[in-house]
Design a protein around this ligand. Structure first.
Ligand code: ATP
Ligand code: MG
Length: 213
C-alpha cells in the first residue's frame, strides 16, 4: 500500500472514514475536537472507495473526493489523508482498512475510530464488528438531527455488547452535511464557509454537483 503519512512517534491515532463528497467543516471541526480531547497525535481521513452502504447511489469519483480532502486538511499539521480505500478495488470493510493501517504504525499505537451519531446507529450492522471492536476504540460524536439521549443509549449498548471502549463526545453543533452542500450547489446557493476556500474553488473548477454532472 502506498503511504506518505509519517508513522513514527505516533502514540494515538484517530481515523475518520467517510464518503467526503465533499469534505466540509463539520468533518474538520469534529476531527479537531477529537484530536484535542483525546490528545491524538495524528488524524487520518480515509475517503471510501465505492462504499458498501451507498451501493447504487451515485458517488463522485474517488480521485475528486481524495483531492478535496487533501486540500481541506493541508493547513493542519496533524491531519492526513489516506488512499488506502480508494486504491483498493472492490468493496472495502472498515475492519480490513483499520488492520491495514495498524500495520504501518508501532504495535502499541492506540487507534480511535471517529463516528458521527448517524454512523453509530449503523455500527452493529457492520461486517465483523466484534473483530473491529478489539482493534480500536470508538469515539461517538454528536451531530445535529440525531438525539443525544439516543446516541448515549447506543454507546451504552455497544459498551455492554462488546468488551470495548466506546467514548461519547459532544462536539459543537454544525448542521452541515455533504448532501446539503451538493443540493446547495445544484440550486446555485452559496457554500462559502461550509467548506474550505480551496474546496469551494475545486468544486467550481471541476463543476462538481451541478445539474449536468
Ligand atoms: P452525506 O450527507 O453524503 O452522507 P455527510 O455529511 O454525512 O455526507 P460523510 O462523509 O457521510 O458526511 O460522513 C463521514 C463521517 O463524518 C460520519 O461518521 C458522519 O457521521 C460524520 N459527520 C459528518 N458531518 C458531521 C457533522 N456536521 N457533525 C458531526 N459529525 C459529522
Ligand atoms: Mg453521511
Amino acid at each position: 500500500m502506498r503511504t506518505i503519512e509519517p508513522t513514527t512517534n505516533i502514540k494515538k491515532l484517530a481515523i475518520m472514514g467517510g464518503t467526503f463528497d465533499p469534505i466540509h467543516i463539520g468533518h474538520l471541526m469534529t476531527a479537531e475536537e477529537v484530536r484535542n480531547e483525546f490528545g491524538i497525535d495524528q488524524v487520518v481521513f480515509i475517503p471510501t472507495g465505492q462504499p458498501p452502504h451507498k451501493k447504487g447511489k451515485r458517488v463522485t469519483d474517488s480521485e475528486h473526493r481524495y483531492l478535496m480532502s487533501v486540500l481541506a486538511t493541508v493547513e493542519n499539521p496533524s491531519f492526513h489523508v489516506s488512499r488506502i480505500e480508494i486504491d483498493r478495488p472492490g468493496m472495502t470493510y472498515t475492519v480490513d482498512t483499520i488492520k491495514e493501517i495498524k500495520k504501518l504504525y508501532a504495535p502499541d499505537t492506540k487507534i480511535y475510530f471517529i463516528t458521527g451519531a448517524d454512523a453509530v446507529h449503523e455500527i452493529l450492522t457492520w461486517n465483523r464488528v466484534d473483530e473491529l471492536m478489539k482493534i480500536c476504540e470508538f469515539v461517538a460524536v454528536t451531530r445535529p438531527g440525531y438525539k443525544r439521549r439516543q446516541l448515549k443509549g447506543k454507546v451504552d449498548e455497544l459498551k455492554q455488547s462488546y468488551e470495548c471502549r466506546v467514548h461519547y463526545l459532544e462536539v459543537p453543533a454544525l448542521a452541515i452535511s455533504s448532501s446539503d452542500i451538493r443540493e446547495r450547489v445544484r440550486k446555485d446557493k452559496p457554500i462559502k464557509y461550509l467548506v474550505t476556500e480551496a474546496v469551494e474553488k475545486y468544486i467550481q473548477k471541476f463543476e462538481l454537483y451541478s445539474d449536468n454532472k
